[in-house]
Design a protein around this ligand. Structure first.
Ligand SMILES: NC(=O)C1=CN([C@@H]2O[C@H](COP(=O)(O)OP(=O)(O)OC[C@H]3O[C@@H](n4cnc5c(N)ncnc54)[C@H](OP(=O)(O)O)[C@@H]3O)[C@@H](O)[C@H]2O)C=CC1
Ligand SMILES: O=C(O)[C@@H]1CCC=N1
Length: 258
């Protein structure tokens, strides 16, 4: 996820200077290849480097252990921006103090193509300028919204954070169903990718509700009606997705409890 964000800043005309702390050599090299400097640990940050933001894109389980080492940058005016699932602003402030400006963000993987959904929460120490900077840093990755109620971040994570995986699985299943119906593999892949892309784009651009669009596809007594009798039947997709999202939400709460 860190690389997806970085790739939105570099290379380019945006004048962003980024230094990456990354223990894995291949990932450091990948960051360097697009114009960042990189080091294996914090001691490699160039002297005089004066960041406006420190972005934490590490595993949730690592986040709070890492924060104190970066406190000096916050004391020099930087704000912290975390994309770690589950970890609340209060848990970070417990480690570094409540006077540190912290933005918590839940992006999703579509950030890699600039079409992500990025939902943010900021603590009261975050200035208007820092909020604005966070928005500017995140917007190359997709649509950015700020919400006030941090408690919603668990459900945000379960819907848009993990959501691309649900869509990818839907894609896998539809493709398998297509090949089971006799389609060659490559054709099944094309059909499914273009259908999901096109339907997503249409739903995004249309002023109609998805339910209205669905009804427009569904000719009376036609093929879609036959299909939806299964998909929308008892124990169908609605029930399955409610359970799916709840499982992710519960896991996000668990990650935050450690
Ligand atoms: N993947 C996604 O779609 C999304 C991920 N996120 C969040 O993004 C974060 C990163 O997840 P993800 O992109 O999946 O990647 P991973 O969790 O696989 O990778 C995190 C990276 O952090 C590295 N790391 C560990 N310790 C340090 C350290 N001391 N300093 C710097 N880096 C370190 C890891 O190295 P190592 O492998 O050696 O531990 C790894 O390269 C997570 O907190 C996740 O919740 C949020 C939204 C969506
Ligand atoms: O699976 C995860 O925990 C992360 C957060 C959302 C997407 N990936």
């Amino acid at each position: 996820m860190g690389y997806a964000l970085l790739a939105g800043w570099l290379p380019g005309e945006r004048m962003v200077k980024a230094h990456i702390v990354e223990p894995v050599v291949a990932l450091r090299e990948r960051a360097e290849a697009i114009g960042a400097t990189a080091s294996v640990d914090i001691s490699g940050i160039p002297p005089g480097f004066d960041p406006a933001a420190i972005v934490f894109a590490v595993k949730p389980q690592h986040l709070c252990d890492l924060l104190p080492a970066y406190l000096r940058f916050a004391q020099d005016g930087a704000f912290f921006l975390s994309v770690a699932a589950g970890i609340e602003i209060a848990a970070m402030a417990d480690v570094v103090g409540t006077d540190v400006p912290i933005v918590r963000c839940m992006p999703n993987m579509a950030a890699a193509v600039g079409a992500g959904m990025l939902v943010c929460c900021a603590n009261v120490m975050t200035s208007k300028q820092q909020r604005h900077l966070a928005e500017r840093l995140l917007s190359p990755a997709g649509k950015v919204v700020f919400i006030d109620d941090e408690a919603l971040m668990h459900t945000v994570t379960a819907v848009s954070g993990s959501g691309p995986a649900y869509v990818f699985h839907f894609l896998e299943c539809l493709e398998r169903a297509g090949t089971a119906g006799g389609l060659p593999d490559a054709l099944a892949r094309d059909l499914v990718l273009q259908t999901i892309y096109g339907a997503g784009l249409l739903a995004r651009k249309s002023s109609d509700d998805p339910a209205v669009l669905r009804r427009q596809v569904t000719s009376p007594n036609g093929t879609t009606a036959a299909a939806l009798a299964v998909l929308m039947g008892e124990g169908g997709l609605d029930t399955l997705l409610a359970r799916t999202v709840e499982a992710a939400r519960v896991r996000s709460v668990e990650l935050g409890a450690h």
